[in-house]
Design a binder for this molecule. Structure first.
Ligand SMILES: CC(C)(COP(=O)(O)OP(=O)(O)OC[C@H]1O[C@@H](n2cnc3c(N)ncnc32)[C@H](O)[C@@H]1OP(=O)(O)O)[C@@H](O)C(=O)NCCC(=O)NCCS
Length: 203
């Protein structure tokens, strides 16, 4: 695992940062298999659409906690997590997300609904801290930024004695999360892509 570099600076995310966070999430995940399957078309249009969806989510979700890593003064990576009992968006947020999805056209909106419904079905019933979204800008991967965000996340879980949970659609990310104590508890095919559902026991 790459060692965190000293010029990586961790910081909380403020309201003023939300557009930059949404953009980072859009472009950072544009080549994730499930994003390609849901948005179709070219990667840059998928990135723009996901960025708009994330901007709606970030503004609508009051419970989502966010932490970022700056590198050379610019946002390089971000992790979000929902405290126990808050990982399903409240009705108002769901409606805003659906309204945003519909602006992408009915077929894309349908695929986004299939995706989010399938992931929600696998959610743990027991209380847990739900990690996601997590993204590091593409040209900055492999430099320890993701590990820095995850180390801090699992420390918080350990302090709280909380169960951790996440979903991923990238095979290489499964090994990454395993290093931080997450284990695959389920696997499912969603929109023709494999998704892994991972749990980390309470310490
Ligand atoms: C997964 C992710 C957050 C890891 O962040 P990172 O800053 O690259 O991670 P680190 O540098 O701390 O650790 C790198 C390790 O992550 C793993 N990894 C997973 N995806 C990777 C990627 N696309 N590029 C480089 N490493 C990746 C590798 O196993 C690597 O191990 P190594 O150092 O032994 O080669 C980042 O690659 C990413 O944003 N991926 C795309 C978005 C995504 O899939 N997010 C998670 C979905 S839930």
């Amino acid at each position: 695992m790459s060692a965190p570099q000293p010029y990586h600076h961790v910081r909380p995310i403020a309201a003023v940062d939300l557009p930059a966070v949404a953009e980072l999430l859009g472009r950072g995940m544009a080549d994730n298999p499930i994003h390609v399957a849901a948005y179709r078309g070219d990667e840059s249009s998928g990135a723009r659409r996901h960025s708009r969806l994330m901007h709606t989510l970030l503004r609508a979700s009051r419970s989502l906690q966010l932490e970022g890593v700056d590198r050379d003064g610019a946002l390089a990576g971000v992790a979000g997590w929902a405290p126990p009992g808050t990982c399903r968006p409240v009705l108002g947020a769901q409606l805003r997300l659906m309204a945003r999805g519909v602006t992408f056209g009915p077929r894309t909106a349908g695929r986004l609904l299939t995706w989010t419904t399938a992931w929600a079905k696998h959610d743990l019933d027991a209380p847990h801290v739900h990690l996601g979204p997590v993204s590091v800008d593409r040209h900055l991967r492999g430099l320890g930024i993701g590990s820095l965000l995850l180390s801090r996340h699992v420390s918080r879980l350990d302090v709280a004695g909380a169960v951790g949970y996440l979903e991923t659609d990238r095979p290489e990310a499964v090994g990454f999360y395993e290093r931080f104590g997450f284990r695959v508890v389920e696997r499912a095919d969603v929109l023709g892509t494999t998704c892994w559902f991972m749990r980390r026991p309470a310490s």
